[in-house]
Design a protein around this ligand. Structure first.
Ligand SMILES: *[C@@H]1O[C@H](CO)[C@@H](O)[C@H](O)[C@H]1NC(C)=O
Ligand SMILES: *[C@@H]1O[C@H](CO)[C@@H](O)[C@H](O)[C@H]1NC(C)=O
Length: 234
């Protein structure tokens, strides 16, 4: 199951809308400000879920208002800034020890570093977030972060950019054509699309891409945790 989910989450986070499902889970006013804990040790399971939902909802609203055009010679795609903003939202919460926030945070760093390396989001700044994430983090988190950062030193493979760019667009389209906030329906779409990166990797002779494979590898555990948390019936 993890495997099917992985490919999809990679793209899901870039393409939006997982998120819309969450906003429906709990009725809430516009999330101008997501919860922030006074102290990181005091994060409860409820805080974890609430923060994750709130940050994801903000992320989703960002996609709703995303400019449809941009000047690629001077700008990253506008979605890149949303990825960084989601990482920032999670960081601001100071709730890092619970599974959803922690894993989503890792997923966003994986996303940011991968999209930077491939050139999909080459101008997006997140160094401060990364530096902050390394402070007072546990050994396991740091180990996983290190595996993510190693991608910086990998060869830049065009096929990884092509595959990921293509799957991202496909997901965006599918999700756009399926408006509504039904969690299970959305999760089903994700599941159906879960093999996108594998199929495209085949097509573009990218199966042995070290960069793409590491990107997927890095997300398996985190994607499974986050999706198990959100793709369940209430
Ligand atoms: C966590 O919350 C409890 C109860 O609200 C409080 O007594 C305690 O001081 C808090 N811990 C920290 C480290 O802030
Ligand atoms: C994009 O920006 C570059 C540099 O400022 C400019 O030369 C070019 O005309 C712009 N392209 C469009 C389509 O606006």
């Amino acid at each position: 199951m993890a495997k099917g989910f992985v490919g999809l989450l990679l793209v899901v986070l870039i393409s939006c809308c997982v998120l819309s499902s969450l906003s429906n889970a709990k009725r809430r006013s516009k999330p101008e400000q997501c919860p922030r804990l006074r102290h990181r040790t005091n994060c409860t399971e409820d805080d974890d879920m609430e923060i994750t939902e709130c940050c994801l909802e903000k992320y989703k609203l960002g996609f709703d208002n995303l400019p449809s055009s941009y000047n690629i010679s001077v700008q990253d795609p506008p979605s890149c800034a949303l990825d960084a903003a989601l990482a920032k939202c999670l960081e601001d919460s100071k709730c890092f020890r619970k599974p959803l926030t922690r894993n989503l945070r890792l997923l966003m760093f994986n996303q940011l570093i991968f999209t930077k390396r491939t050139g999909l989001c080459s101008r997006t700044k997140f160094e401060d977030l990364l530096r902050e994430a390394k402070k007072r983090s546990g050994a396991n988190f740091l180990k996983r972060l290190m595996a993510i950062e190693e991608m910086n030193g990998f060869d830049l493979e065009d096929c990884a950019k092509i595959v990921y760019g293509k799957c991202g667009r496909q997901f965006s389209r599918k999700l756009k054509n399926n408006p509504g906030y039904d969690v299970m329906k959305l999760c089903k779409v994700f599941q159906e699309e879960g093999t996108c990166t594998s199929i495209e990797a085949d097509k573009y002779d990218c199966k042995n891409s070290r960069l793409l494979n590491r990107f997927k590898e890095n997300s398996i555990e985190a994607a499974t945790a986050v999706l198990n948390g959100i793709c369940t019936q209430p």
